[in-house]
Ligand binder design. Structure first.
Ligand code: MG
Length: 458
């Protein structure tokens, strides 16, 4: 160890909280209680807590709450709620923060703990570092017997969240359109929210997997094309205006159009970006560097423009706050609506797309107006300690119209780009490209993969 520089404490929080397999990879009750002590020592006040639908939720919520109360924090338990429902409750109640027990879209054996800042956003990395330092040093605040925290139930979070969404929509237009939709709640947290929201909007609906069940009997909770076959079939067979599926904690939504076509997340991002810019007569849309050019095309068609950030929804949300963006999100179906809150919001995404369809026409027609591109993904090995050198060399020697080093190295040439990005968890580079045709996209990605391999070798 070099003098004067303390070793960095091992990182706990990833892009979306701490995650792990329950009871085998450290995601156990002892960990949750110790993390609860650290969070409580940092937050100092009333903390709202919620869970998704996993079998390990009661165990982890109880253990984490015990740690919070031991540090003197009162706990308001919101029960089984989508992550954005908890975030909205934290913001509206002006409490010291929130804790969500969720592993989002991971398989059922996983769970996780993520923290919410007092403004309802996913916790900023700098604040997570403070909690990590407290966790590792075990310098916890422990309240005296008379100052211990208490837990109370907070059972109006869902109602208030639905009210918040409904108040930001043109409900008359949605009602008048008499839409019929099919919705898949993935046996997750959306089950208690989205059907009620649709009723409030006067939308007729059929549900799939709308009972919370931590075994995920319907399908795993990541809304990939493989996991969404049932909703695609249902939309085709039932002649619905559209279908959609939420991930496990309902901060993301993936849509199926009226022709039964699965919509990748960057298509819904582009669609909503277009109408957000149209309504605001221009404005800024924020997304991360991996998003499709169709988002920029769709925003420009409505007089808007796009700003790119590093990958990660907390980063996108914060950039939106700083720049006064009209809309933002990521290509995985996580859309952020500043008029409601600065976080990904699955139910608001569904409601907003319903509003767009009600006002502007069939979803398939609206989508066909957005340019589409071919994408290609590959990866190549690189030792972690060589990644920075390789990226510097790649950026310095890249031939293209423009080189962007916001996150990895992104090289634009005409109507194509390639993004070479180091993995945060594995000794690899991910190489991701987009172009007019699948062949062109593949050629570009493969040639940069080769270039990276040359740089790694020598
Ligand atoms: Mg999620």
């Amino acid at each position: 160890m070099k003098a004067g520089k303390a070793p960095a404490a091992p990182r706990l929080f990833g892009t979306n909280g701490v995650r792990g397999v329950v009871n085998t990879q450290g995601m156990d009750c002892e960990f949750a209680m110790r993390l609860g002590l650290a969070i409580g020592t940092y937050m100092k006040g009333t903390v709202m807590i919620g869970t998704d639908a996993r079998t390990s939720n009661d165990m982890l919520r109880s253990a984490c709450s015990a740690g919070l109360m031991a540090s003197g924090c009162d706990v308001l338990d919101c029960g089984l709620v989508p992550t954005p429902t908890l975030q909205y409750a934290v913001k509206m109640n002006k409490v010291a923060g929130g804790v969500m027990i969720t592993a989002s879209h991971n398989p059922p054996e996983f769970n996780g703990i993520k923290c919410i800042d007092p403004d309802g956003t996913e916790m900023a990395r700098s604040n997570e570092e403070r909690i990590e330092a407290l966790y590792h040093s075990m310098s916890f605040r422990r309240a005296e017997w008379s100052g211990l925290g208490r837990t109370r139930t907070y059972n109006t979070a869902i109602e208030e969240y639905i009210d918040g969404i409904v108040s930001r929509l043109d409900t008359a237009a949605i009602r008048k359109a008499k839409l019929r939709v099919a919705v898949d709640c993935s046996n997750g947290a959306a089950s208690f929210v989205t059907p009620r929201l649709l009723e409030r909007l006067g939308v007729r609906y059929v549900t799939l997997n709308a009972d919370p069940n931590g075994a995920f009997p319907g399908h795993n909770s990541e809304p990939t094309p493989d996991n969404t076959k049932d909703i695609v079939d249902l939309v085709k067979a039932g002649g619905f205006d559209l279908g959609f599926v939420h991930d496990g904690d309902a901060d993301r939504t993936i849509f199926v159009d009226d022709r039964g076509r699965y919509m990748y997340g960057d298509r819904s991002l582009a669609l909503v970006a277009h109408y957000a810019c149209l309504e605001k007569r221009g404005g800024l849309v924020v997304t991360s560097v991996g998003s499709s050019m169709c988002v920029e095309d769709a925003a420009k068609l409505a007089g808007g423009r796009v700003e790119y950030t590093m990958v990660g929804s907390p980063i996108v949300a914060r950039a939106m706050m700083d720049s006064g963006a009209v809309f933002g999100g990521e290509e995985n179906g996580g859309l952020i609506f500043p008029e409601l809150q600065y976080c990904r919001d699955g139910a608001m995404s569904a409601a907003k797309v319903l509003e767009i369809v009600a006002k502007h026409g069939r979803l398939s027609d609206l989508l066909d107006r957005i340019p589409s591109y071919a994408q290609y993904k590959t990866k190549t090995k690189c030792p972690d300690d060589r990644k920075q050198d390789v990226m510097r060399a790649l950026a310095a020697t890249a031939k293209g119209d423009r080189v962007d080093t916001t996150d990895g190295v992104k090289i634009f040439s005409g109507k194509s780009w390639v993004l070479v990005r180091p993995s945060g968890t594995e000794p690899i580079f991910r190489v991701f490209s987009e172009a007019r045709t699948p062949e062109e996209a593949k050629d570009i990605a493969e040639s940069y993969k080769k270039r990276v391999e040359e740089l790694v070798a020598g």
